[in-house]
Design a protein around this ligand. Structure first.
Ligand code: FEO
Ligand code: CA
Ligand code: CA
Ligand code: CA
Length: 599
């Protein structure tokens, strides 16, 4: 029914695509069921009160599920059948639609402290219902944990203790309160969870108070606000006021590592991985067993990075192995990517016309920035390279990309898939023009790049690359679906988070899709005759971006983030009523989707 003749689904993708739509709902293919697993404000820890939108408090929030879930990881729990650990981060808060009567010019201390408690991460045990595909939170489990904007984190690695990381509250430069704007993430081979501190700049105020030209340039490169911040947190804690604590912003913008199996462990900020607007960090082992991490800096014209550890990963669960592995992200080499196209630059005209060799492709190199305490960037110390990584990468001549979002190595081939979400400024006056890796002027819909390391070794210092998707409406001639028949693909715009299923298909979640329809989740084979056959699996509610995703044999998990984030949306008049319906305010949630069993 409705299938084009000759239609054959690759393994794992036997569903009829969901049509683009603007429904204020999660829309899944026919024959699939869905359930909200947990929503903002639902109890996580013992004695957490039930959510009451009109009585929300910081005290309640610290024990409840946070706001705006983004990255999600699902991990096994040893010796517990039918239970798993769901680790979720909470990127940011939408105060206007969280709080009734919110005045952005005069937030109250209770609202601000509630927002602090709604940031961070949640570790939650979930119980599977084998028969139905549903998942239930195990409230109050000993492994459950909330990490917030005030939880102590240790700074570790080569820049820890630096004078540039010291503040009045922390003269050691080694202990930071909280994590902010956690976006994507990754799972390490040793079972910890990584999460990227992305747009941390927005929480700080008054960069204009800094007059030293070097310090000023550093603040500007990271986009720190010269005046008041949007949320006005600087009124309630001096550390958000750069005039009073000029080094506090340097303590944010890192990859954090959480041990979800030890609720009493101190989470870490790993300085060896550099400081920028970290989207995510996804690992792959090198030929000799070291760990490589791929990381994007999500800003227009920013860069793709790689870290390679000095020491090899040790298998097993012994205490010695675990302690060894928990140091792997503290010593290694940090690289930034340079992409070179192989077609004449005259063929890259910014319109998306495929070059005469039939592909947007070429070679690339990983430029080392620092190894341990040794800087490879003239004029910068190693400490400066780690703390002001963007400035180091500028000097190294890295390739300016169209907003690198998630980066995911393929579980079988090791090829690395990079989403470049969009860049309206590509080719604008005074900005970098199109190149073969970022071939469209005013790139509205983004693209997906595929990278293969030399000898398929994640430790390599050079690679080949090609674009797999140039996104948009397939009728737009500037789109490219790996050469697949465009009449059969779903329109897709603004790729962001990605994940692989067990068959090796790539799943792509979108954020800010610019085709007039809601965001959603798509799947596409990366190999064989169906390579490039993009199919939409679900759509998310009004104003939401599609976060997560996790694809397992039994279910798909997504986190519709910021439902109701539309122009003029408030708690009194929200842009979405998902998931609770009439009379409610929107609540960012985690949703599980499963295939119904045939009767
Ligand atoms: Fe938080 Fe780059 O998406
Ligand atoms: Ca080419
Ligand atoms: Ca993202
Ligand atoms: Ca995004």
């Amino acid at each position: 029914q409705g299938r084009p003749s000759g239609w054959r689904s690759p393994r794992g993708l036997d569903f009829a695509p969901v049509a683009p739509n603007t429904a204020d709902a999660v829309v899944v293919p026919e024959g699939y069921g869905q359930q909200v697993v947990i929503r903002w404000g639902d109890p996580v820890l013992t004695a957490a009160p039930r959510f009451d939108a009109r009585k929300q408090s910081a005290r309640a929030q610290a024990r409840q599920f946070g706001y705006n879930a983004d990255y999600m990881a699902l991990l096994d729990v040893p010796h517990r059948r039918d239970q798993q650990l769901l680790v979720v981060n909470h990127e940011y808060t939408n105060e206007e639609i969280m709080f009734y009567g919110y005045d952005p010019a005069a937030p109250t201390r209770e609202q601000v402290e509630t927002a602090w408690a709604a940031h961070g991460l949640t570790v939650l045990v979930v119980r599977e219902d084998g028969r139905s595909g549903r998942l239930w939170p195990v409230v109050g489990d000993v492994l459950n944990r909330r990490i917030t904007a005030t939880t102590p984190f240790a700074l570790t690695g080569p820049a820890a203790g630096s004078a540039l990381l010291q503040t009045n509250a922390d003269p050691t430069g080694r202990m930071v309160l909280g994590t902010l704007n956690n976006c994507g993430g990754g799972i390490t081979p040793w079972g910890t969870v990584l999460s990227g501190e992305e747009n941390f700049n927005q929480y700080f105020a008054n960069a204009a108070a800094v007059t030293d030209p070097v310090a000023k340039a550093r603040l500007a490169r990271y986009g720190l606000p010269t005046g008041a911040s949007g949320r006005k947190w600087e009124r309630f804690d001096d550390r958000f006021d750069i005039a009073k604590e000029p080094n506090e912003p340097n303590r944010h913008g890192w990859i954090v590592e959480i041990d979800p199996y030890d609720p009493h462990s101190t989470p870490r900020k790993r300085t060896a991985l550099g400081r920028f607007k970290h989207e995510a960090a996804e690992p792959r082992l090198t030929r000799d067993g070291r760990v490589a991490l791929y990381m994007g800096d999500d800003e227009r014209f920013d860069y793709l990075y790689k870290y390679v550890s000095k020491h090899a990963y040790k298998k097993g669960h012994s205490r010695a192995a675990r302690e060894h592995n928990l140091r792997l992200l503290d010593e290694g080499t940090l690289y930034v990517a340079k992409f070179t196209g192989d077609s004449p630059s005259t063929e890259i005209d910014g319109t998306g016309n495929i070059p005469s060799d039939g592909e947007f492709d070429g070679s690339g190199e990983w430029i080392p920035l620092a190894t341990g305490n040794v800087s490879h960037v003239p004029g910068m110390s190693a400490e400066e390279v780690y703390i002001f990584t963007r400035l180091a990468a500028d000097k190294a001549g890295a390739t300016k990309m169209d907003r690198p979002e998630d980066v995911e190595p393929h579980p079988y081939t090791g090829r690395v898939y990079v989403t470049l979400t969009n860049n309206k400024d590509r080719g604008a006056t005074g900005k970098a023009g199109p190149d073969e890796a970022n071939p469209r002027t005013g790139n509205k819909h983004g693209h997906v790049l595929e990278l293969e390391e030399r000898h398929r070794n994640a430790a390599a210092e050079s690679f080949r690359w090609r674009l797999m998707l140039v996104c948009g409406d397939p009728e737009d001639p500037s789109t490219y679906f790996a050469g697949f028949d465009k009449s059969q693909v779903s329109p897709i715009s603004c790729p962001d988070n990605v994940a692989f299923d067990e068959y090796g298909n790539l799943w792509i979640a979108t954020d800010g899709a610019a085709l007039g329809f809601n965001d959603g989740l798509f799947a596409v084979p990366v190999k064989g005759s169906q390579r490039g056959h993009v199919k939409q699996f679900l759509t998310v509610p009004t104003g939401a971006e599609c976060c997560g995703p996790i694809i397992t044999r039994d279910r798909v998990l997504v986190a519709p983030q910021h439902p109701g984030e539309t122009d003029g949306s408030t708690a009194e008049n929200p842009g979405s009523l998902w998931p609770d319906g009439p009379g409610s305010i929107p609540r960012p949630s985690v949703v599980t989707v499963w295939k119904e069993k045939r009767r």
